[in-house]
Design a protein around this ligand. Structure first.
Ligand code: AMP
Length: 358
């Protein structure tokens, strides 16, 4: 039986492991932290990032390695890739870890982005802010997620404060995009080059954290988003599931960031598509034929942030699917999600109001 190694053991690894089981594929996770939602359903080895022996043992026990987070040390990734196929590649990981390289990649493929400047001093911040005007958004280039490590600057007085908060990190200053909505496009490519693309998903964030995703989101820019992501996959010679988050402003697609992995905005595919993004990723990295991405009706995924809603109340809603990650509840923490599926979009949106009030 083939074993897929996964770096990380959070909820994404947990859902990858669950999707691998029916295919007769085992998983084994390597984690650098103590709380590991994947450990309920698969083996997890816990080690320090510099524990070369543990890494070697792990790599010896698997046939192929993938990740649930792009934020792993590149040196670590290089050691894995020297022994076993690693998807995504070290080169793709390097790009996806760095907001600057990500934007440069988009531009090189003729994909629109916000205007941006790399920032390494207060002087460069002042200069860039003058070019972009206010408001603008200052972000750490590395290790930012769920809106962490960023600040919206509204006037010159904000510059010094933001520099004091974030200035010890490499930074990027972006123009503020007055977007009408946010969407993401998820696609997969296997070793043979087969590509399958999911329909556009509409996403709503609050305080930088994804709250709700709806799919399929019918929009005239769906086809362009699909073409752009397809070109990226080919350009990167990519294997696995890949996600790009876009803003839509003035009927234009503006790429914000990419993730070389399964994505929170694709959780609806577990019940809402012919093949879930998790199974698709396992298929891709094991070089199996990819599955249909066709949506089954309309789906809405509601992130549970801070705490899980009452399971009895959720399961009483027809078409509702409850997913807990078994994480310790904490403010601003994603502890699970609920997906509502149905034929009638208005009915599903109405059901979602019940969840919002729980
Ligand atoms: P990010 O960490 O880049 O995904 O940003 C988190 C959220 O902040 C995004 O989903 C947007 O809602 C908002 N945001 C990020 N960058 C910008 C920008 N340049 N202009 C406007 N809003 C932004």
């Amino acid at each position: 039986m083939k074993t897929v190694g996964i770096i990380g053991a959070g909820q994404l690894a947990r859902m990858l492991a669950l999707a691998a089981y029916p295919l007769g594929i085992k998983t084994k996770c390597l984690s650098f932290t103590d709380e590991n939602p994947a450990s309920d359903v698969t083996d997890v080895i816990i080690c320090r990032e510099d524990d070369n022996k543990a890494l070697k043992d792990f790599v010896n026990q698997v046939e192929v390695v993938t990740i649930e987070t792009e934020n792993i040390p590149l040196e670590f990734a290089k050691k894995i890739a020297a022994d076993k196929p690693l998807y995504p590649s070290v080169e793709t990981l390097a790009i996806a870890q760095d907001r600057l390289q990500e934007k440069q990649l988009f531009r090189s493929q003729n994909i629109n982005t916000a205007e941006f400047f790399p920032i390494d001093s207060l002087e460069s911040l002042k200069h860039a802010a003058k070019q972009l005007g206010f408001p603008c958004v200052l972000k750490t280039r590395f290790y930012g997620y769920d809106g962490k490590g960023q600040a919206v600057l509204t006037c010159e007085q904000d510059l010094m404060h933001a520099w004091q908060q974030l200035g010890e990190h490499p930074l990027i200053l972006e123009s503020f995009v007055p977007f009408e909505l946010e969407v993401s496009l998820i696609a997969a490519r296997n070793l043979q080059g087969q590509i399958e693309v999911y329909p556009l998903t509409r996403n709503e964030h609050q305080n930088g954290i994804l709250r709700v995703s709806q799919a399929p989101y019918k929009h005239p820019l769906n086809e362009l988003a699909q073409t752009q992501v397809l070109n990226l996959l080919k350009h990167l010679n990519y294997v696995g599931v890949f996600t790009v988050e876009f803003f839509i402003a003035n009927n234009t697609l503006i790429a914000n960031e990419c993730a070389p992995r399964v994505h929170n905005s694709g959780h609806w595919t577990i019940e809402g598509a012919d093949t879930s993004q998790f199974e698709q990723h396992i298929r891709a990295v094991c070089n199996l034929p990819l599955g249909s991405t066709k949506p089954k009706g309309f789906s809405l995924m509601h992130n549970c942030i801070g705490h899980m809603p009452d399971i009895e109340k959720i399961l009483a809603i027809p078409g509702a699917h409850y997913h807990t990650y078994n994480k310790t509840p904490r403010a601003s923490r994603k502890v699970g999600h609920v997906t509502l599926c149905g034929e009638n979009k208005l009915e599903v949106l109405e059901q979602d109001k019940q969840i919002t009030s729980m």
